[in-house]
Design a protein around this ligand. Sequence first.
Ligand SMILES: [Mg+2]
Length: 299
Amino acid sequence: MHATGDPFRLGLEFFSARKDVSHAMMRQIKAVLIDLSGTLHIDNTKIPGAVEALEKLRACGVPLRFVTNTTKESLSVLHGRLTALGFRLERREVFSSLAAARRLVERRQLRPLLLLQPEALEDFDGVNTEKPDAVLVGLAPDKFNYETLTEAFRLVLDGAALIAVHKARYYRRPDGLALGPGPFVAALEYATGRRAEAVGKPECEFFHSALAELGCRPEEAVMIGDDVQQDVGGAQEAGLAGLLVRTGKYRPGDEATISPPPWHVADAFPEAVEHVLRQLELQRSGSVERAEGRPGADQ
Ligand SMILES: [Mg+2]
């Protein structure tokens, strides 16, 4: 019996259809989304071969967006860091969770208490922060102290909106893994009994907004990243194909922690680009259908 109109049943059907899209080889790759930290660079160190690989990807003409959850520095600071490392990218190509958070704040006309690092505040220039009616949490090591978190806790308890730029549990910095904003958002959620609204990866809307700028449908796009949950799992939930790289925050066995598994796993960004270029070559030569039928071709 087809349970037309049954939201639960329809949800299941949508979910299984979505799985099929991300698990099968795509018919067309029309856009590539690329994570930054851990995928192209770690702080001021670039992933070996990443600058050259990005140039190769650009040379094939496929539209790109750099989708980042980096919240500890503004877009201009981040852009300056990447260009200093030798990456060629334009500011308009960076789709950041901070910018998405600002759009949300403006749309809802909120006055946020900004738990952000000083380097990130530039992206909120002009936003009214007097008498806060919202708490916006990014990665803010300087703000994650008892008094500031208590101020945020009191605001949320009194009805302020709780917004997480994203909820990453941890990230990679040069001296090892370090706590992300997620544990601090979780502390506020636990203390207040409220649930934060998240903006960046792995939210479907975030991926879809990035693709909307490119006029591309989710099933025509690939997301490359080092975070199996946020980059790959999130992208695949949103209908894209997820390509995991074994750099940055990657830990052995990560690929087995999501279902369906990543569309592809590569040692690093250069190998990921090679895989995408091979698929583009197949689709240009009209051989995609054969590639689709080859068991294990994409694993
Ligand atoms: Mg990353």
